[in-house]
Design a protein around this ligand. Sequence first.
Ligand SMILES: C[S@@+](CC[C@H](N)C(=O)[O-])C[C@H]1O[C@@H](n2cnc3c(N)ncnc32)[C@H](O)[C@@H]1O
Length: 262
Amino acid sequence: MMNYVVTTSNRPKYEQIVAAKKIAEEYKVKFIKRKSIGSYVAENDIDFYYILDKNNQLKIYDGKEMFFFHPSMSKVRQKNLKDGQRDHLIESINPAGDEKILDLTFGLGSEALLMAKFLTTGTVTGIEASIHIYRIVSYGLKNYPYQYEWLKEAASKIEIINMNMKQYLKEEADDSFDIVYCDPMFDIPILKSNSLNPIRKFASYDTVEDEDFENMRRISRDKIIIKSRVTDRLFKKINEYGFENINGSKRSGIMYGVMSVK
Ligand SMILES: C[S@@+](CC[C@H](N)C(=O)[O-])C[C@H]1O[C@@H](n2cnc3c(N)ncnc32)[C@H](O)[C@@H]1O
């Protein structure tokens, strides 16, 4: 169990305090005035605290690192696509626009935003096991001051559920989604300037077991896509399961295994 409280950024506005108190109430933890947070942390066994800032952005600070929602990786990948570079996930999906996509490992939602960019009537349902990642990212998706219309529109096509994918996969009906996508944490992380670094402390490190894989197949109407690093145990499984296509760059060693279930 992690201990945490909720506060605001420095010199908060009245509305900010009211909103942060409401968040603390919802999370069933204490609200601590910003002025007192230093002494509160020093005197209590606290792992981190939530901060509601003056731009209505929710963050987590653990004394070292700030974790907050930002769509920067989706922006970079969209720009690369625009500049004519390949994106192996988008190529693997080959979206028509009306797909119902299930993203079983939502994380920061960077890939969900990118996938949603290519949808017209389609939707993305995201599953995230970690309550803290879920809170920060779902609050961010809703309240981020998007500078680009495409990001705002993409975010409106996404719904996130705080649940373990294993449970979700068991309960979901056959053929519920067109695409089922899964990107668990790598066994051997790539730490250097990685956008996922702030979530490592909160993330779930579950992997895909045979039962999960069978359920993915059962609930998908079209394709299953699993991302893995070539050095991971999961990559061996992708080969064992007989995924037909493995797309990715040899240089990065990050691969998308694609299996058609039609
Ligand atoms: C590598 S990150 C996904 C990154 C994501 N594709 C993105 O673009 O931001 C993996 C995420 O899946 C979550 N996760 C791992 N196992 C899970 C499980 N069994 N159920 C739901 N979420 C899980 C982790 O907590 C983490 O947030």
